[in-house]
Design a protein around this ligand. Structure first.
Ligand SMILES: C[S@@+](CC[C@H](N)C(=O)[O-])C[C@H]1O[C@@H](n2cnc3c(N)ncnc32)[C@H](O)[C@@H]1O
Ligand code: SF4
Ligand code: SF4
Length: 350
């Protein structure tokens, strides 16, 4: 069953996030090749200043149609890798182009009385950190700008340079992002000293993995996901979003859905605008009908399938990423994994 666009929002009511997010992927180009990342790292689409500026009308359209009760808008500037060394040279320093784009974005925000917040997502492998930090300092005089630094337990190069950069940029890092693959869960169980250090120093968001057809072997089964939730409960209670959710379940506090669907847009390098999926994603890989512009029916299917609206944990549950959950070819168990998890930690204590 499908609901008309907009009705799912009504259904979710107070759990709808009040944070809007624009994920602006300027280009896919990257000089490394992480095992779980489906980008075309050789692509040059989107690299020119002209292409970057062509995203501004799309951003303006989004700002004008987002819900009126939004309290904050984050612009995530993403690649590919925006800070790769070969893009910051004496011939062309791409930071200058980002700066022009950000200045223009600031104007769009000002016209709409929105406070601009810019988040740059990076692999933290740059060797040009002094220059980048100077740029960050200058930019922050006029606009709030921070990093999300990615870390992964598997499939991403974590070098000496990375570890030094994380410390060097510490004050500008708002959080660390980790992708929950099958391999990452295995590694987390085995223990990972770097992860443990980062856990002490930064907020860490554990993001659901969205595969491509050639990486689908990396999507965790429901049982693996459950074992990962148990690990959070026993060892990493500060991890977002499930650590926070456990605390909220305990006191029946309202928790917004944590893998955003509403008031979120993805602007792709070729100027296609989606609600998370990429044009390379094949509808056949998903359960149910795929609508690139609005994935709220995937959320609806998730809610229906798990009977969330009558679940005792509904108010506090972060749910799951409905798009990743809708991936057809993954091992499913009967019963909701989140519910089995909450039952096991809260029911046994009563
Ligand atoms: C595509 S990367 C681009 C930015 C930068 N190059 C980096 O690695 O942080 C943006 C974020 O998406 C995450 N990511 C990559 N592939 C993913 C996937 N298949 N599913 C979910 N997140 C993914 C990365 O770990 C990173 O945090
Ligand atoms: S560094 Fe980022 S863009 Fe590059 S391959 Fe890894 S996840 Fe993809
Ligand atoms: S615990 Fe499961 S069934 Fe209950 S609200 Fe969360 S996702 Fe839905």
């Amino acid at each position: 069953m499908e609901l008309p666009v907009g009705m799912v929002k009504e259904l979710i009511g107070p759990k709808k996030p009040r944070l809007a997010e624009i994920e602006l992927t300027l280009f896919e180009n990257c000089d490394v090749n992480c095992a779980f990342c489906g980008h075309d790292k050789k692509s040059v689409v989107g690299l020119s200043l002209e292409e970057m500026l062509s995203k501004l009308p799309l951003i303006a359209q989004f700002l004008d149609k987002m819900d009126k009760d939004i309290s904050m808008v984050n612009l995530h500037l993403v690649g590919g890798e925006l800070l790769q060394d070969r893009l910051i040279t004496s011939e062309r320093n791409i930071l200058n182009d980002y700066q022009i784009l950000i200045n223009e974005y600031q104007k769009l925000c000002l016209e709409r009385s929105i406070e601009p917040r810019i988040i740059i997502v990076s692999n933290m492998l740059t060797t040009k950190r002094e220059l980048i930090k100077e740029w960050f300092k200058e930019m922050n005089k006029a606009v709030y700008m921070r990093f999300i630094a990615s870390y992964d337990l598997y499939g991403r190069p974590i070098t000496k340079q990375y570890l030094e950069n994380i410390l060097f940029f510490k004050d500008y890092i708002s959080n660390i992002n980790v992708v929950v693959t099958k391999e990452a869960i295995q590694k987390l169980h085995q223990g990972d000293a770097i992860f443990d250090q980062l856990y002490e120093q930064f907020p860490i968001f554990m993001d659901d993995f969205l595969p491509d057809s050639w990486t689908q072997h990396m999507i965790p089964s429901d049982e693996e996901y459950l074992s990962y939730l148990h690990l959070i409960a026993s060892k990493y209670p500060k991890l977002m979003p499930f650590g926070e959710a456990m605390a909220k379940v305990k006191t029946s506090q309202l928790n917004e859905i944590q893998f955003t669907t509403f008031n979120k847009c993805n602007i792709l390098p070729n100027n296609m605008v989606t609600n998370y999926l990429w044009d390379r994603h094949n509808p056949e890989n998903f359960v149910g009908k795929v609508n690139y512009e609005d994935n709220s029916n995937m959320l609806f299917q998730f809610l229906e399938s798990n009977q969330c609206l009558v679940c005792e944990y509904y108010v506090s549950c972060p749910l799951r990423c409905p798009v990743s959950w809708s991936w057809k070819d993954r091992e499913r168990s009967s019963g909701c994994v989140n519910k089995r998890f909450f039952d096991s930690i809260f029911k046994l204590q009563v």
